[in-house]
Design a protein around this ligand. Structure first.
Ligand code: PEP
Ligand code: MN
Length: 338
């Protein structure tokens, strides 16, 4: 439910409504959009009817949210969710660029990448230490040793770390080292994991399941938000379609534009996993920015042919630098800064 206050409502009247609602065991989230204040009501409190909320001073309207996703919806919170991490205001006019290898492989590989992507203008460093591989015989990641290397790379470059967590029992461990917890495509509907990261005090990058609808993605986000973790970024990383002869997945450009309408959460695009081939990554990255993505996550490797995972889709370090120049141009064409 959302309570829409009169544009002339006084701070006292707003506080009064919040106090009434909270006294019944609900949580509130205040949004100050274009001139009007809305109070989102969430949680599991007692019925509010007896307070005649609609009659309280300063209340203009009470609206039920009819969409299945509520906390994630624009109706619940009209203005964009923004939060600051590593000096970057995620979800604002500033475009967020996350870059780094698919997997952490060694100190040399990670540090060389981290320095190069920082130099080129990336804001966060990505790298997987726990890898969700389709085959159990493929490289599974360095585990905690990889997390330690990521933390060291942050120390020397200042770049916050984005890394995947695959199971609820690893959330505490990964949270020690990571700045952002990534939920991979294969785990988008792992509800125990969503609940666990909802309780963690770290921002979450939630990747769309490869066969998930947009509504499935928003419902998955809802699990995290329901625990009071509001720092959730959604990630379009390509979906399975009938045509996978030349590309790994199909980048759903519709999803970016539509999600910007449906939700206030920041939308990140992952062109690397979407296309699966290096030569198409720049075009799709630029398309994502053109259509309104709030950020990009791009796999980058000093020697992609030797990568333990996703080498085919990883940019070389010089290619990432060249792409950043184009990203800046595209960002400025659509009124964003990098
Ligand atoms: C990754 O980011 O390396 C990854 C495994 O992504 P996804 O879950 O989208 O496949
Ligand atoms: Mn990868």
């Amino acid at each position: 439910m959302i309570i829409i206050m009169d544009p002339e409502a006084t701070p006292f009247e707003i506080d009064n409504v919040v106090a009434k609602v909270e006294s019944k065991g609900w949580q509130t989230r205040i949004s100050r959009g274009s001139g009007e204040t809305t109070i989102g009501v969430q949680g599991k409190g007692q019925p509010l009817g007896s307070f005649h909320l609609g009659q309280m001073a300063g209340v203009r309207e009470i609206m039920a949210i009819t969409q299945k996703f509520k906390l994630a919806s624009r109706a619940f919170q009209p203005e964009n969710t923004t939060f600051t991490l590593g000096g970057i205001n995620v979800g604002s006019n500033q475009l967020l660029v996350i870059a780094g290898p698919c997997s952490v492989e060694s100190k040399e590989q990670l540090f060389e990448t981290a320095h190069a992507v920082k130099e080129a203008g990336a804001h966060f460093l990505r790298g997987g230490a726990f890898k969700p591989r389709t085959s159990p015989y493929s490289f599974q990641g360095m585990g905690e040793a990889g997390l330690k290397l990521l933390a060291e790379a942050r120390e020397v470059t200042g770049l916050p770390i984005v890394t995947e967590v695959m199971s609820p029992d690893k959330v505490a461990l990964v949270s020690i080292y990571a700045d952002v917890l990534q939920i991979g495509t294969r785990n988008m509907q792992n509800y125990d994991l969503l609940n666990a990261v909802g309780r963690a005090h770290k921002p979450v990058l939630l990747k769309r399941g490869m066969s998930a609808t947009i509504e499935d993605l928003l419902m998955a986000a809802e699990y995290i938000l329901a625990h009071g973790n509001h720092r959730v970024m959604l990630c379009e990383r390509g979906i399975r379609t009938f045509d996978n002869k030349y590309t790994r997945n199909t980048f759903d450009v519709n999803a970016i534009a539509l999600l910007k309408e449906l939700t206030h959460l920041p939308i990140i695009a992952d062109p690397s996993h979407a296309v699966g081939v290096r030569h198409l990554v720049p075009s799709i990255a630029l398309a994502a920015v053109a259509v309104g993505a709030d950020g990009l996550i791009i796999e980058t490797h000093p020697n992609p042919d030797k990568a333990t995972s996703d080498g085919d889709q990883s940019l070389t370090l010089p290619q990432f630098g060249e792409l950043m120049v184009k990203i800046r141009a595209m960002a400025s064409a659509v009124g964003r800064v990098v």
